[in-house]
Design a protein around this ligand. Sequence first.
Ligand SMILES: [Zn+2]
Length: 360
Amino acid sequence: MRDAWRLLSATSGIRQLRLAMRTPGFCLGMIGLCLALILIASRGLAITRAMLSPPYPDARRLVLISEGGVLLSERHPIPPALLDYWKARNTSFAGLAGYRWDSRGNAWVTPDFFAVLGVRPRGFLLRRIRNWRSLADQQDLAVLGRLKPGITVAAARTELRDLAARYRNTPQSGPLQQAQVIALVTRTRQPLYAYAAVCAFPAVLLLVAAVIGMHADRRRTGRIRRLYWGYFCIKSVSLPLILALMIWEFSRATSFTLTSTANFVAKPFFIWLVILACGAIVWWCLADQRARCRACVRTLQYPVRIGSLGAVLFDHAGTELMCCQGHGALYVPAVSSDYVQGGGWTALDADDIASEPIRR
Ligand SMILES: [Zn+2]
């Protein structure tokens, strides 16, 4: 089987493919293909666009209302009777409406819901809604409100809390059952900012590494290898971007519960996975870059093992890799603290030698 494979891979088609896979263009092409697939599968980044600018008229005045529970982060829907009480007595809202949804894309709304929202959308709060139905029962509801012009979220919150206290005939006390008001725009942009910050971190880290590398280049040879570092910079920006788009468009990080809190899975475990993916991006970018020719940015071939680890005290041991085009060789020591011969790139090509002294 191995001979058959060797024979097969010697045929021109597969040989050409393997040669093409070593070029930087192949890697960048794959990244571009990934971005194109994300663009198509997400219907033109529908969720990201909805987060940046919610598709409702005058969306800045829309707020989401729920009630706090015993825990600080706990949120409860509002009983319909309290919603009616608020509707009748408040002075800060141009309109209040209740809604509820299930996981199959059905939503039940009060009759004035679309008047408050200003449009009959295909989705709501980054969630696709297939069937809009009118509310028939008396279950607790999440509440959407439209503030009157000039009214702040804090003022509306104070008024709703006062009204709720009067409705329940209790003096205000503690966070229990206090109305919570949050701007819709603020809430929908939370995952956008949170994961943008997380994914920007590896990009910044890699770009700092690129700046340090270019600085070292200039100090040693007086010029910067534009192709080599350009390829590195494109990689280190586009891979975190792909990760961020995948999170926003396809994960549950952008799906809210009815009371507009984050889903349970979207919290600690998921963030841990994202941090792990960021680490993988940094590791791969550096590892891939190291094993590429400094002149033509193809992956280096023909690994030759030199010396043995047992004799590392008196002699050097490591691996040497060559560029197929003959631009140079890379020596990677087996132990990082090798004092006999440190690792490094040896330029062999005439163009490269002219500008760089050969390492000894
Ligand atoms: Zn080369």
